[in-house]
Design a protein around this ligand. Structure first.
Ligand SMILES: Cc1cc2nc3c(=O)[nH]c(=O)nc-3n(C[C@H](O)[C@H](O)[C@H](O)COP(=O)(O)OP(=O)(O)OC[C@H]3O[C@@H](n4cnc5c(N)ncnc54)[C@H](O)[C@@H]3O)c2cc1C
Ligand SMILES: *[C@@H]1O[C@H](CO)[C@@H](O)[C@H](O)[C@H]1NC(C)=O
Ligand SMILES: *[C@@H]1O[C@H](CO)[C@@H](O)[C@H](O)[C@H]1NC(C)=O
Ligand SMILES: *[C@@H]1O[C@H](CO)[C@@H](O)[C@H](O)[C@H]1NC(C)=O
Ligand SMILES: *[C@@H]1O[C@H](CO)[C@@H](O)[C@H](O)[C@H]1NC(C)=O
Ligand SMILES: *[C@@H]1O[C@H](CO)[C@@H](O)[C@H](O)[C@H]1NC(C)=O
Ligand SMILES: *[C@@H]1O[C@H](CO)[C@@H](O)[C@H](O)[C@H]1NC(C)=O
Length: 578
């Protein structure tokens, strides 16, 4: 008992004192408190490995391994595993190269798992996770962390780019099983006065993925805008960090559409937060970042009637000199009017190509509105080109054709850096020329680049969210990325990370007072408080201190974090200056 108290009072740098120092009886007790829902965190590809490090659960198993090999980039299977992460470096300890990865380019390559030098290690996979069913499980996790000093992480789908949903030696609060979906066509937030008008909404459990929500919306003649991957969690990190979509220009960020959140805070409250009660945490959890203020159990979000969607998909021939620059010059010159006319789009700078959406214009109006781009690509340009334009009957048919037809890599180690590009950069001839040049140069800088025309420009700022206000002053969110395989050394990783950071520097220079999107951001973002939250940071910090005075929740560059020296971050690559 004395030992436990001493641990509870210990400074946070001694956290992650290895879960193995906690007596087995304590885990057994926790398991019984949470009704047998305690799971061991087993690295996703464990069943393929002959050798495993001490303490790693699971066993080699040929049949299970064959399934993993055949589904290594299958997000459904990854998410169903506590030990699976969509961006696979978060299964590993990057600083020490301890890992349990396969060769994603050839999952039967024995060099990854069947040579003596390759030992399956726990990496950053949580040692244990509680597959929660309600508030009492979350409270049990908080109490256990307080008593034993084990770091907590909140894990939904594991889509995280900054590593916030895993940590070495941690206990995960795993929300994946909370699957309820309830239509609420006349939703009034709890305890709001009669003057608050009902809205069309849906209430979903924290484990619901867009895949499930798109089907539900379709069956109920509704539209619920989704992110660029159907397996992103609809009520987890995505809305809490912002949440952009093809429709966010007109329909707002996911954070703009949240009407109510059921949350369990580290202080021990089980709250319903909305515009009428617990308004501080309601605001904080609409942009302040996941895994920081509490654990969402369920969330109510706005819905829209089923709608037809104008879709455009176009590709220009990159091999013809000058065409890439001409394409970006057109995009930059027309970006403000496209946004005003309700277009949302994903630009693919390295192809170059574009996928677009419009729910505001009729088919005729949409064709007229985009005729200039069609002429440019199909008539002015030479070489091979693609131009497709359809009016899709609904979001469900639109989505696979235009949103996910060019997929973001998954089941791979991938890291991101990004910048919000303000409207001001599109306002003068000089700034437009500079931006078009910088976009054109990207092909030589990075393997993956996405220019998201997803800022909530038409929707506007209702001062409801805690995302960086720069979002509402912007047109584009530009994201660059790079991927790597199982056999990259930790020393080459620091080069990979710093090269990617440098690749966004031209855009930081073009938009010095803007910011970056926390959910798709540089792990080593300079001046990160300002960059992710701008003037909202101070208020977010005070709300963090109110609801989590003991730092039970802490994550990399999250509001009020303990800084990189905390033991839970020991697997991050140490880059100078961070
Ligand atoms: C393939 C792919 C496509 C993407 N496309 C888009 C896109 O189109 N638009 C966009 O905006 N973003 C997109 N993202 C980024 C996405 O917003 C982030 O990865 C986000 O963090 C995912 O949240 P999650 O809950 O699904 O993931 P997780 O990794 O489970 O969690 C992410 C963060 O949220 C926290 N969290 C999760 N659940 C809860 C909860 N119930 N309560 C409290 N905290 C919680 C975690 O602790 C962690 O900090 C994409 C990511 C990937 C990998
Ligand atoms: C928790 O208890 C359940 C039910 O008894 C059991 O199946 C499970 O293996 C236990 N979890 C751990 C981590 O021991
Ligand atoms: C992905 O895995 C899930 C769950 O195991 C499975 O049902 C599904 O068929 C797999 N998808 C593909 C494309 O193989
Ligand atoms: C994958 O690796 C296996 C085992 O080394 C090899 O036999 C096979 O040819 C490889 N496949 C490809 C497509 O390279
Ligand atoms: C494309 O061609 C049309 C018709 O020849 C011309 O009017 C237009 O200026 C050209 N656009 C660009 C961007 O070169
Ligand atoms: C948001 O806040 C700003 C600054 O206080 C104010 O100027 C603006 O009118 C507000 N907007 C709305 C929609 O309330
Ligand atoms: C990684 O392994 C692959 C396939 O086994 C090999 O082609 C590649 O050169 C290796 N890369 C490094 C950095 O060792």
């Amino acid at each position: 008992m004395l030992l436990l108290l001493a641990l509870a009072a210990a400074p946070l740098s001694s956290y992650a004192a290895a879960t193995s120092s906690i007596p087995q009886s304590a885990w057994t007790q926790l398991n019984s408190t949470v009704g047998g829902r305690l799971h061991q965190g087993i690295p996703f590809a464990r069943s393929c490995f002959t050798h495993a490090a001490a303490g790693v659960g699971g066993t080699q198993n040929a049949a299970a391994c064959a399934t993993i090999q055949a589904n290594y980039i299958n997000t459904t299977l990854l998410q169903d595993n506590l030990g699976g992460y969509i961006n696979t470096q978060w299964e590993t300890c990057q600083a020490t190269s301890e890992q349990c990865l396969l060769d994603f380019q050839n999952t039967s390559d024995p060099a990854a798992f069947n040579v003596p030098s390759r030992i399956c290690s726990q990496g950053s996979v949580p040692d244990y996770g509680i597959k929660i069913t309600g508030a009492s499980d979350v409270l049990a996790a908080y109490a256990f962390s307080k008593a034993h000093g084990v770091p907590l992480v909140v894990k939904g789908t594991g889509h995280e780019y900054k590593g916030r949903s895993g940590a070495p030696g941690s206990l995960a609060i795993w929300t994946h099983g909370l699957k309820s979906i309830t239509n609420a066509p006349k939703f009034v937030p709890t305890n709001c006065p009669k003057s608050v008008a009902p809205r069309t909404a849906v209430t979903i459990g924290a484990g619901v993925m867009y895949e499930e929500l798109i089907d539900f919306a379709d069956a109920n003649s509704l539209t619920i805008p989704a992110g660029g991957c159907i397996s992103v969690g609809a009520a987890g990190g995505y809305p809490q960090g912002g949440g952009h979509s093809m429709f966010s220009n007109t329909h707002g960020l996911a954070a703009d559409r949240v009407l109510e959140i059921e949350v369990v805070t580290p202080r021990g409250d089980h709250l319903i937060a909305n515009q009428c009660q617990n308004t501080d945490i309601f605001w904080a959890m609409r942009g302040g970042g996941g895994g920081t203020f509490g654990v969402t159990l369920s969330m109510t979000t706005l819905t829209f009637p089923a709608t037809q969607v104008n879709g455009v998909f176009a590709i220009a021939d990159n091999s013809v000199p000058g065409q890439r620059l001409a394409f970006f010059q057109w995009m930059v010159d027309n970006a403000i009017s496209l946004a005003q006319q309700g277009w949302g789009y994903y630009l693919y700078p390295t192809i170059p190509g574009i996928a677009m959406s419009n729910t505001v214009l009729s088919q005729e109006e949409a064709e007229a509105s985009i005729a200039g781009l069609k002429t440019l690509i199909t008539q002015n340009f030479t070489g091979a080109s693609v131009w497709e334009m359809t009016l899709e009957p609904n979001y469900k048919t639109y989505y696979p054709k235009y949103v996910t037809n060019i997929a973001v890599p998954v089941g791979v180690a991938m890291t991101v850096t990004s910048r919000l590009i303000p409207v001001a950069n599109f306002q003068t001839e000089k700034s437009r020329a500079e931006l078009a040049q910088a976009m054109t140069a990207l092909i030589d800088e990075v393997p993956v680049a996405l220019g998201f025309g997803v800022a909530p420009f038409v929707h506007g700022n209702n001062n409801d969210t805690s995302v960086n206000p720069a979002w509402y002053e912007s047109l584009w969110h530009l994201a660059l990325a790079t991927t790597w395989n199982f056999n990259e050394t930790s020393s080459s990783l620091s080069t990979i990370y710093s090269d990617l950071s440098s690749a966004i520097d031209p855009f930081r220079a073009l938009a010095p007072n803007s910011g970056a999107y926390v959910n798709e951001a540089d792990i080593y973002e300079p001046d990160w408080e300002q960059s992710f939250w701008g003037d909202n940071y101070a208020r977010l910090l005070s709300i963090k201190q109110k609801y989590d005075p003991n730092h039970l929740l802490d994550c990399w560059q999250c509001v009020g974090w303990n800084g990189p020296k905390d033991a839970r971050y020991k697997c991050y690559i140490n880059i100078d200056g961070v």
